[in-house]
Design a protein. Sequence first.
Length: 222
Amino acid sequence: MASKTLSPARQASVPPSFSDPARSPSQSRQASVEPSVISKPPSPTTKKVVEREISASRARSVSVEPEVSTPKATTPPPQSSGQSRAESLEPTTAGQILDLDEDGTREFSRGMAWAYFSQVDSTFVDMDKAFDNKDLVQLSTLGHFLKGSSAALGVSKVQASCEKIQHYGQLRDEEEDKDLSKDDALGKIEPLLGVVKKEYNTAEKWMKAWFLENDPDGEEPE
């Protein structure tokens, strides 16, 4: 059978390994690479496509949400004597105090609560004495002191009532924006002392019920 002579175009299309067996493997690999791929720079269109793909890839990697550590959850305090948490404590402040506890115990928050209980008891005794002596300056000072202690634990109702006592002791009614006489101030403080004691008793019972349920093995601080 007569061998056919391939045209130059057909010869170029035949793989080197068949048309020229004498070539070395490296020569074959070099010959198989299209010159245009090596010598021609990428066209602007190709560059745009590549850049767009890179940008899209970066956007996808950025859009992946990183893992966020879940903050330590605090157990919501139970309701006590029909009172909701909002009626007893300011939730945000109370939660911040509970978050300060470590090692799964309530030692720190319990210590703060019991120190507050002791503080309030002695302050009420001093308030009663100051009222009996009609000592408005002392009543204002004690009201200011107990307002700060109550705010630190989020006992908002006691805080608000003590702030009023503080202002009345300064012969001021901030709600009415007017000055008071000494008798008027004492007249406003007298019923307010009874109110603030009831508000405190409610908060104290509620807080102790919470610790009893959520930290039953905890010991009462001395």
